[in-house]
Design a protein around this ligand. Sequence first.
Ligand code: NDP
Ligand code: MG
Length: 387
Amino acid sequence: MPERAKRIAVFGSTGSIGRSALEVIAASGGRLKAVALSAHSRLEDLVEQARRFRPKWVIAANAKAADAFDWKGLPKSCELLKGPAALVSVAGEKDVDVLLAGIVGSAGLESTWAALESKKTVALANKETLVMAGGLIGELVRRTGGQILPVDSEHSALFQALKAGRASEVARLILTASGGPFKDLSPADLQRVTVAEALAHPTWTMGPKITIDSATMMNKALEIIEARWLFGVEGERISVVLHPQSIVHSLVEFVDGSVLAQMSPPDMRLPIQYALEYPDRAPGVAERLDWSRAMRLDFEPPDRDRFPAIALGEQCARAGGTSGAVLNAANEAAVAAFLDGDLHFTEIVPACRSVLSAHNFEPNPSLERLLQLDRWARQEISRWVCV
Ligand code: NDP
Ligand code: MG
């Protein structure tokens, strides 16, 4: 047992990743402690979590919702902070050892940036940060000595498998994809997909945005870009394979042809725990594979016509520069429009492709420029929305 607990700021604690992270912390036998929790709209849940975990800071990122909320249930020992600036200041606090970045979308960028600037470790679920600004984040990490540990299951698998060899010995990274709920639908049926159908993922239970990204395969496009920046492997050497059981979480092929995989049932608590406990491994709360029962593992190449998002991910991973920020913002806006019933499911990827090709590419943008393009891409998507 270490002398003192590792202090974790759980940002996005009311979401799917955040709740799983709190389960991992609760089961850690005191090795991990939640020192900060943050939410946006689910403030009742936030208070309940604060009563259970007694963090030092409780952050309500949506200041307007926070002002309208009755906080009388919040323990007196918790300091209540409101608004997005509080995420930035707490991320850099000396009493935080690790930031668990579980906020969804580009809203997670600033706090991750602040934590890395303060030389902290970020257990990163929020892939959108790397998709938007992977090149700049890489420079920041090199400058400050901060560290990113992947929480995304595919990238956690790659991170673990990469330990088997040197960087110069890696031939290819192979990301697995379940294929989502519509893997076998005809193009005509795809046209009729409803929000409820798109929200029903066959193997993973996740927040709404990433569930839609999985159905369009945009999630895999974002993950190709994420892997490119996390591991410094060019886009040309990152492939995708369909694996409907979601047990092999990704694979590394070395130059001699040896392929290493990481396997476990689809349960995010394992990659979260691996990142929070790193460099140690600890007895886990996640489900385990049952080797006493017959099991099948299927792999097949994805149909690139059926999943055109993959090509967009490859394009952005190769191009770098401003392309990831534009794709990410276009996709966030398109998914929000689909969830609101204002855009057809089959229009999400074409809308993103059109915004990506309309933007003026720059190879070495500043963070400010990326944030400008983020706003521009969202506006462009509004042209596609049928109101
Ligand atoms: P959820 O939608 O379940 O949770 C999102 C969290 O972010 C909630 O706590 C939410 O607060 C908070 N939030 C939303 N908008 C804002 C905002 N504008 N400012 C501050 N906080 C905000 O998402 P997931 O947990 O599924 O995903 C989180 C991240 O992890 C995403 O980037 C996703 O891609 C990634 N990821 C998720 C996986 C999963 O299994 N779920 C797997 C791999 C990666 P509130 O609920 O109070 O409104
Ligand atoms: Mg993933």
